[in-house]
Design a protein around this ligand. Structure first.
Ligand code: UTP
Length: 273
């Protein structure tokens, strides 16, 4: 089974980047010659993704606009003989982009649920806009290989070994010792959202890359957590583990950078800028 579809939820308010985010979505902040979100689209393309669905909120239309064709602009560049610029614009020609809205920010799982009708394949990649991987082999390529190894049955989640004192910021996975034949690939027994360091079952934190089966979309509407009716992806996957669906964690090689905070963004500028 080939992985061809990816959901990129980018509907968040980006409060940590206020007041910038009143006018510019944080996903469009520059990192080198491209905005942050283009690095994620590049990662998708490296992994063979051909269909990308952005989940946006009102006012964030400039994110998909960056990737959509602009025939009038292309015709004008052609007329002016600016072929090199045309080539830059045409680099996304082989990808089909789609956009759906999340009307209210009711959690990451709720964001993904908005793309339910768009998902046609048995499995879909989910990439959150804040996490970038600085590594020769992109995070999603590593995850796709892990997914192929488990023959496409179930879910694969990217994990990172984090300092114990930071467990309260991450979903934490409890993994089994069972040999999967691949270093860094472990079956997940359970997950806990943002536990206290003393209660955390491990230091394996969930970072923003997933490959989920289509069946997760049937579970998502039933999992609302205590926080104002939020729907969280981790709760749907915990429910699926309890139902016997195989969920694996893959510790991806390479340095991960969280661009979702001003400090993380500064660190990313040093690596990608
Ligand atoms: P964050 O928790 O970083 O939230 O979401 P945020 O709104 O982007 O930023 P802050 O916390 O206000 O500064 C992680 C990812 O999940 C998406 C966000 O766009 C971001 O890519 N998300 C989160 C949604 O698309 N919808 C939601 O309801 C929540």
């Amino acid at each position: 089974m080939q992985l061809t579809q990816a959901i990129l939820p980018v509907a968040g308010l980006g409060t940590r980047f206020l007041p910038w985010t009143k006018a510019v979505p944080k996903e469009l902040l520059p990192l080198g010659n491209e905005p942050i979100i283009a690095h994620i689209v590049d990662e998708c393309m490296d992994a063979g993704i051909t269909d990308i669905c952005f989940v946006i909120s009102k006012g964030k239309e400039s994110i998909p606009q960056y990737f959509y064709d602009n025939p009038a602009l292309e015709a004008e560049l052609e007329r002016r003989g600016k072929r090199h610029l045309l080539e830059t614009l045409q680099r996304y020609n082989d990808v089909r982009f789609h956009t759906v809205y999340q009307e209210e920010q009711l959690g990451d799982g709720h964001a993904i649920l908005q793309a339910k009708d768009w998902v046609k394949s048995d499995a879909v990649a989910v990439l959150f806009g804040d996490d970038l991987f600085a590594e020769d082999e992109p995070g999603l390529v590593q995850l796709r290989k892990a997914h192929e190894r488990i023959k496409g049955a179930g879910a694969v989640i990217a994990l990172e070994n984090i300092p114990r004192e930071l467990t309260y910021k991450y979903g934490i996975a409890e993994v089994s010792d069972e040999d999967t034949g691949a270093p860094g690939l472990r079956r997940i027994k359970n997950m806990v959202e943002k536990p206290d360091p003393k209660d955390a079952p491990s230091t394996l934190g969930i970072v923003g890359r997933y490959i989920i089966p289509r069946s997760t979309f049937d579970v998502l509407p039933d999992v609302t957590s205590g926080h104002g009716g939020e729907i969280r992806l981790i709760d749907a996957l915990i429910a699926q583990i309890q139902d016997g669906v195989p969920v694996y964690g893959c510790t991806c090689a390479g340095k991960r950078i969280d661009t979702g905070t001003p400090e993380g963004y500064k660190a990313a500028l040093k690596v990608f800028g």
